[in-house]
Design a protein around this ligand. Structure first.
Ligand code: HEM
Ligand code: HEM
Length: 388
């Protein structure tokens, strides 16, 4: 069961080959999931299923890796077979450390990406989809995604070197390196003295990799204050236009960064109060599915760059209604937005919520049921405006 300075015991060998099997399954699943197209409900469901499998397997790998690393740190490690070949021994050991670091960094970066975003394929377990200390944040998700991308490449390079080394020992040197890990055959020195340089080298490679990943992070879309409309007697000073839609059974929060509203409103007037809001559909963000939501299957921002809501404002006591028409995705439909309003001096604060049915605007017609994307979309607007 146990290691000696000349051999790997059954426990170490089982852990080695179990991690190798898990990793060599997780990598192709990740590549395959990423390459699968999303066009229509069936393709989206298939892609999500492969991603769910990838993530679940990746997390299983992480826990096996923790066990394996704890075992490695507390158990005797067999000595290098040819310590006199200094460069080769250094390369082998640095690669082993790179592999150990990868076993932690790759699944962790994937997991943080998953926990920081929303609307993504779920992990197949009942323990929840969030991680403690990881907030929902698109910029954190983008950073973790870049790290996962770079770290998977480092890991793949280390595995290639590692396997090439194992094959070289088996085919060229014809020594017992591979037999030691396959069958537990004892070989090599009885005295193990471990150098720290290979570990430091592996750490340095990882730090460089993390630096490269940070440089690769795409710039986050900057949230803009709602733009000033040219007419109307109120000027918006701050506001948010957000929405919520169900994807794969969980709510995803989205928002539009660029929009403007022209508000003509006199609290004393019974008629003539109205609003025209213009929304730049390309400024949308929606968790992990931003590009898909802006693409031809959903909002088609390239073809329909602006959504417009024009409405008359009426009041019934303290309850306000904006009743009018929303033009979205090239289709106009009636829409009523109930809202609350507080006016203090020259400052007004309004908040309103309305629920649309995406089918009424022919959005996502390739998704005819609610398995991937729900029908109702709850839109919320909150703004502060000052009187001009
Ligand atoms: C040892 C475990 C893992 C390995 C070897 C691995 C490997 C990979 C690979 C090779 C890719 C494709 C990257 C590319 O397209 O070049 C990928 C993508 C991805 N993986 Fe993993 N992964 C692991 C664990 C995880 C875990 C635990 C999660 C989440 C819980 C995760 C989430 C993702 C996601 C979301 C992507 C899509 C690409 C992106 O980050 O935007 N992975 N993974
Ligand atoms: C087909 C694929 C693989 C082969 C043929 C292979 C072969 C070997 C061999 C022969 C050794 C012993 C080296 C020695 O005694 O000096 C070894 C050790 C090791 N392998 Fe692999 N391996 C494979 C895949 C992997 C994978 C995918 C990982 C992890 C991502 C991995 C991680 C390690 C580590 C960390 C050690 C060092 C063990 C220690 O601490 O002493 N191997 N491997």
């Amino acid at each position: 069961m146990r290691n000696t300075t000349r051999s790997y015991g059954k426990a170490a060998r089982s852990l080695h080959w179990l991690t190798a099997l898990l990793i060599l399954t997780a990598i192709p699943l990740g590549l395959y999931a990423n390459a699968l197209p999303v066009d229509g409900a069936e393709a989206a469901a298939a892609k999500a299923a492969v991603f769910s499998l990838h993530k679940t397997l990746g997390i299983a790998t992480f826990f096996v890796a923790l066990l394996r690393i704890a075992y490695m740190l507390t158990e005797t490690r067999p000595a290098p077979l040819h310590p006199e070949r200094r460069l080769e021994t250094f390369a082998a050991e640095a690669t082993h450390w790179l592999l150990y670091l990868s076993l932690l960094a790759v699944p962790l970066s994937g997991w943080v990406h998953h926990a920081a975003t929303s609307g993504f394929a779920p992990i197949l377990w009942p323990l929840g989809q969030d991680l403690p200390l990881v907030p929902k944040s698109e910029s954190l998700a983008a950073a973790a995604s870049a790290l996962h991308w770079v770290f998977t490449k480092l890991m793949a390079a280390a595995i290639l070197l590692h396997v090439a080394g194992a094959l070289k020992h088996a085919l060229i040197d014809r020594d017992s390196t591979l037999a030691r890990m396959l069958r537990g055959t004892p070989a090599g020195q009885t005295h193990a003295s471990r150098a720290t340089k290979p570990l430091l080298t592996a750490l340095a490679v990882y730090i460089l990799g993390a630096g490269l990943a940070v440089a690769l992070i795409p710039p986050a879309p900057t949230a803009q204050a709602p733009q000033t409309a040219t007419s109307g007697n109120w000027q918006i000073t701050s506001g948010t236009l957000s929405f919520s839609v169900s994807r794969l059974g969980t709510a995803v929060e989205g928002s539009f960064a660029t929009w403007s509203a022209e508000i003509t409103f006199d609290p004393e007037a019974a008629t003539g109060n109205h609003v025209t809001a213009r929304i730049d559909t390309s400024s949308l963000t929606l968790g992990a599915v931003t590009d898909q939501a802006k693409g031809p299957e959903f909002l088609n921002a390239a073809l329909h760059p602006t959504a417009i809501f024009t409405a008359e404002i009426t009041a019934d006591g303290t309850a306000y209604l904006a009743t009018g028409t929303l033009s979205l995705h090239g289709i106009s439909q009636p829409l009523t937005l109930p809202f609350t309003l507080q006016i203090t001096g020259d400052t007004a604060q309004m908040q309103g919520t309305a629920t649309l049915d995406r089918r009424a605007f022919q959005i996502g017609t390739a998704y005819p049921d609610e398995a991937t994307v729900g029908f109702p979309v709850t839109v919320s607007i909150a703004l502060t405006a000052t009187r001009r």
